[in-house]
Design a protein around this ligand. Structure first.
Ligand SMILES: Cc1ncc(COP(=O)(O)O)c(C=O)c1O
Length: 443
């Protein structure tokens, strides 16, 4: 027994400042987990909690997968750390090769980072540097979208569109505009999969913005193919296709932030493949290592990569990187994770399970106070809107009761968001839906 591995809740909760958490309130009523296996967490008193959110959209292959655990152990014992600044170690190269094989055609380079936030900042900098090097240095502006989440770096926060997360941090990056979000409950509530209405109109807002802004000053547009953290907003039919068209017309790079939609969540390696629209840069993290070691990355298409690599002065082509870019433990975990996804055919499995998931989620329409249900792949949100007496407090109370009833679900705003590990079974889906129904009735 290792005395640094704990099975009981700690006595003193003061020193650890918990991220994105109301610390004082949480510490009055804390909830702990100490173990995990497969689809479940285990609490200090031995209760098994079905994980309906894959940790935090990360643990796509299920917890403590033996193959991934073993890869991390073996790598930690052989090569704990090596910088990738001018020094190589094999696992990072091997993983970049395997990852680019899984990516859409034309993505043959990967830049590694330590998190989704770092991946986003890396992608924004790649876009700026690409234009700069090809003599379009006036392209310095960025376009994000309302209600988007792109992590917490100053770049990601600048293009993100959740006002409450920005309000204490000053003006952020200059030259950033935001597209309208695509949530249109009047026309699209209770859509199964991609909503039918509004796709091209929402995307045409980009053309409208370019009217006011001189498109030749804009470097890139960044969107999540499906907005996750704001409450699973699924792109309406035609939306991403139209964004791609407009970006092409004005030579803007299109960045997909696939930190949530990557690694099987939509039934393919990347959301880009599931949704049939190819961006120029793809940000990923989370499911990359099954959440087991922090890692993020950017997949770079050939045009951008070759533009940057074409510089002839022998200098560093992209003046950017992190101490932990391509960290040996992360690369080993990521290699093992990709093998697990492929050998257990988890992306195909997610695609097949998606219909059962959709049916079970939409059957919750009869639960009290539900005003919208959104789903795609193995993602869903159940909204308890104000028009039926709902509120963020009610969503939080339902999520807390679900935990006590044995299912981990997350509340964001007035919605419950769900993203189970990809091996989720039909019985487990039923348990998740039954628990939500029961706790919505009781709350
Ligand atoms: C779409 C998206 N981008 C970026 C991030 C940031 O990732 P990280 O928390 O690893 O920095 C997240 C995290 O939830 C995310 O959902």
């Amino acid at each position: 027994m290792n005395d640094l591995v704990f099975d009981t809740a700690p006595n003193d909760l003061d020193a650890f400042w918990m991220p994105f958490t109301p610390n004082r309130a949480w510490k009055q009523d804390p909830r702990f987990v100490t173990r995990a296996e497969g689809m479940h967490y285990v609490t200090p008193d031995g209760r098994r909690i079905l994980d309906a959110i894959a940790g935090l959209w990360c643990v796509n292959a299920g917890h403590c997968h033996p193959r991934i655990v073993e890869a991390i152990r073996a790598q930690a014992g052989q090569l704990d750390f090596a910088s990738s600044f001018g020094l190589g170690h094999p696992a990072a190269f091997e993983y970049a090769n395997r990852l680019t094989e899984a990516a859409p055609p034309g993505f043959n380079r990967a830049f590694f980072a330590g998190s989704g936030s770092e991946a986003v900042d890396t992608a924004l900098k790649l876009a700026l540097a690409f234009h700069n090097i090809r003599g379009e240095g006036q392209r310095v502006k960025l376009v994000g979208r309302q209600r988007s989440y792109h992590g917490v770096g100053f770049g990601g926060l600048s293009v993100a569109g959740i006002g409450t997360q920005r309000r204490h941090f000053g003006p952020l990056l200059p030259g950033v505009s935001h597209l309208p979000h695509t949530h249109d409950p009047k026309r699209n509530a209770f859509s199964r999969g991609r909503p039918a209405h509004g796709g091209e109109n929402f995307a045409d807002a980009l053309e409208g913005m370019l009217y006011a802004q001189d498109p030749s000053t804009i470097a890139a547009v960044i969107v999540e193919p499906v907005a996750g953290s704001t409450g699973v907003l699924v792109p309406p039919v035609g939306y991403l296709e139209r964004l791609r068209e407009i970006c092409d017309r004005h030579d803007l790079l299109l960045i997909f932030d696939e930190v949530v939609t990557g690694f099987g969540r939509l039934g393919a390696a990347f959301g880009s493949q599931a949704l049939g629209v190819v961006p120029d840069l793809i940000c990923c993290a989370k499911g990359m290592t099954n959440g087991a070691v922090p890692m993020g990355g950017v997949l770079i298409n050939d045009r951008v990569a070759e533009g940057l690599l074409s510089q002839q002065d022998g200098a560093t082509e992209f003046m950017h990187g992190y101490t932990y870019s391509g960290h040996p433990l992360a690369a080993a975990a990521a290699l093992a994770t990709l093998q697990v996804y492929q050998e257990e055919e988890l992306f195909q499995r997610a695609a097949t399970t998606a219909q059962t998931w959709e049916d079970a989620m939409h059957a919750l329409r009869d639960a009290p106070g539900v005003t919208d249900i959104r789903n795609i792949g193995l993602l869903a949100a159940i909204e308890f809107g104000a028009e039926a007496g709902g509120s963020p407090a009610r969503a939080r109370a339902i999520a807390a009761r679900c935990f006590d009833a044995g299912v981990l679900i997350r509340a964001v705003g007035d919605s419950l968001v769900l993203s189970p590990p990809l091996p989720v079974t039909a019985e487990q889906i039923e348990q998740i839906a039954d628990t939500i129904r029961q706790e919505a009735r009781a709350t």
